[in-house]
Design a protein. Structure first.
Length: 272
């Protein structure tokens, strides 16, 4: 497995759940702390110029693990289950930008809260709106070598696709080879009855993983069943990224250092 940390631009909102803000300085810190990669939490793809990104990655010996899209929802209120045509066009354009970026960097684009909610509407109508956008984007991403990864998110943040079983059911409905799933153990701790069993039951679609402890602090700072998680990931032969997506407590540097020390220390045998 490889270890990554979520980062964003300086102006990212608090609920972007990133450890570091400001791309150049975040990448320098990630490298110094021993991370292998960074996840880019973006509002739009032109926040980062490709040539500059390439240079920063080379200078800091890092890879992009994935492009994540939570801020497209949190800061711009764009989401898959929206019926407004103009908003849908803007969302499609935004994700095409992410896919173009990911085709050169990381080849993975996350769909988290930006899938949208039911918000009291007819479930079948919302699901159709979601499937329509997911299918069009998978078709755009396929020839560009990019995969879309849908993240189950807990009920207190969104009311649509909360656990891995629900996510698998929807991934099957999308039915595209490049449309899979990315569990986040913070959400799983709230929504999945048994984290290890759920990872194993849904193993076919597990393509990427977010890590945080039960309090969304650094791994090791809560009561997350890490032995169970690593044992399940190892059991299913998971060899991809684990990305730290946590609140920057007590401060970003300490949180990022504690995470890497805990994961590469206690669970070092799982990291190459
Ligand atoms: C939000 O809680 C989260 O985990 C993000 O990765 C999804 O937008
Ligand atoms: Mn997450």
């Amino acid at each position: 497995m490889k270890l990554s940390v979520a980062i964003a631009g300086v102006e990212a909102m608090p609920n972007a759940f990133v450890v570091f803000r400001g791309v150049p300085q975040s990448m320098k810190k990630a490298h110094e702390l021993g991370y292998d990669g960074v996840e880019l939490a973006l509002k739009r793809s032109d926040e980062i110029e490709k040539g500059e990104l390439k240079r920063l990655l080379r200078e800091n010996s890092l890879e992009v693990s994935a492009v994540s899209s939570g801020q497209v929802f949190a800061a711009r209120n764009l989401y898959f289950t929206d019926e407004n045509k103009e908003n849908r066009k803007e969302l499609f354009k935004t994700f095409c930008g992410f896919i173009d970026l990911a085709s050169d960097f990381g080849q993975l684009v996350n769909i988290g809260r930006t899938r949208g909610s039911f918000a009291g509407r007819d479930h079948a109508v919302c699901e159709d709106l979601f499937l329509d956008m997911a299918t069009s984007l998978s078709d755009y991403a396929m020839p560009r070598g990019v995969e879309l990864i849908l993240e189950p998110v807990n009920r207190y943040e969104i009311d649509f696709i909360n656990n891995l079983d629900e996510c698998t059911a929807l991934v099957k409905k999308v039915d595209k080879k490049n449309f899979t799933m990315m569990p986040d153990v913070f959400h799983m701790n709230i929504e999945d009855a048994h984290i290890g069993e759920s990872l194993m039951r849904n193993k076919e679609y597990v393509r990427y993983v977010h890590f945080a402890d039960t309090n969304r602090h650094a791994p090791g700072d809560g009561h997350m069943p890490w032995d169970e998680i690593f044992s399940a990931l190892s059991n299913i032969g998971y060899d991809g990224w684990t990305t730290v997506e946590i609140l920057p407590y007590p401060d970003p540097e300490t949180a990022a250092k504690r995470s890497v020390d805990f994961l590469k220390g206690t669970y070092g045998k799982y990291y190459k």
